[in-house]
Design a protein around this ligand. Structure first.
Ligand code: F6R
Length: 236
């Protein structure tokens, strides 16, 4: 695992993605939430100002809330359109079907779809304060596939900032599993701010353990953790 401490983590991650996008047809794994937003802004800038084209790129999202459709303001499908994909010329974007009447079946068919459009060339990841990636909360099986998961109360509280009322935060999500995520050719986790420092230290220097799902990056052949000084502050 490579750890990069940078003043502008978004530029480091945007460089990794740019290299892959320039090298030919590619599949990107996209995370939502705050962590990758600055990177997405930089990619949009490169598209607009420098002609970086995503015409040969397909993307798969990591996760979606159960019960929210793609036009719901807080759905991740809509988030990614607003923060990235509407502003670039990307060929195709796939996300789990949050509104499915059978979320378990929707999760299984999404896993299958990733198998078909993959392997993912670069999977972008954020990290939860409790060490989750995707919505694989602590105790998630290290070999898990895409499935329905229940959010912890901490994650619901952390995500409440995106909703008008905490009660509106869904309890369930469809998330790529840790095994599914691990099939990407490269994992690139970005974290900023002191609030992520303990989770980053556990992921990078703690034991490989289901109690810190992000520690699966230790096991991956090509994993990069990109952090600012604050998020790196608990690394030894
Ligand atoms: C979002 C996702 C989550 C977030 C994590 C950190 O698609 O998979 O794992 O990356 O909850 O969220 P932020 O970046 O909002 O702190």
């Amino acid at each position: 695992m490579e750890v990069i401490i940078a003043d502008r983590p978004e530029n480091v991650l945007a460089d990794i993605i740019t290299d892959v996008v320039r090298s030919g047809p590619a599949t990107l794994g996209l995370a939502t939430g705050s962590s990758p937003v600055a990177t997405y802004r930089e990619l949009i800038r490169r598209h607009t100002d420098e002609g970086l084209s995503f015409a040969d790129v397909r993307a798969v999202l990591l996760d979606e809330y159960v019960g929210l459709g793609p036009d719901h303001p807080q759905s991740y499908a809509r988030f990614i359109r607003e923060h990235l994909t509407d502003a670039i010329d990307i060929a195709e974007v796939y996300s789990p079907e949050g509104l499915s009447r059978d979320p378990d079946a929707a999760a299984a068919s999404y896993d299958e779809l990733i198998g078909k459009v993959g392997p993912v060339d670069v999977q972008i990841l954020g990290i939860g304060a409790n060490g989750h990636i995707g919505f694989n909360e602590p105790t998630s099986s290290l070999s898990s596939r895409t499935r329905v998961k229940t959010l912890t109360e901490q994650t619901r509280a952390d995500n409440a900032r995106f909703f008008d009322d905490r009660a509106e935060v869904p309890y369930h999500v469809i998330t790529q599993g840790l095994g599914t995520i691990g099939e990407a050719r490269r994992l690139a986790l970005v974290a900023t701010g002191v609030g992520k420092a303990a989770a980053v230290a556990a992921a990078v220097e703690g034991p490989l353990s289901a109690m810190c799902p992000a520690s699966v990056l230790q096991w991956h052949r090509t994993a990069t953790v990109i952090v600012d000084e604050a998020a790196a502050s608990r690394l030894t």
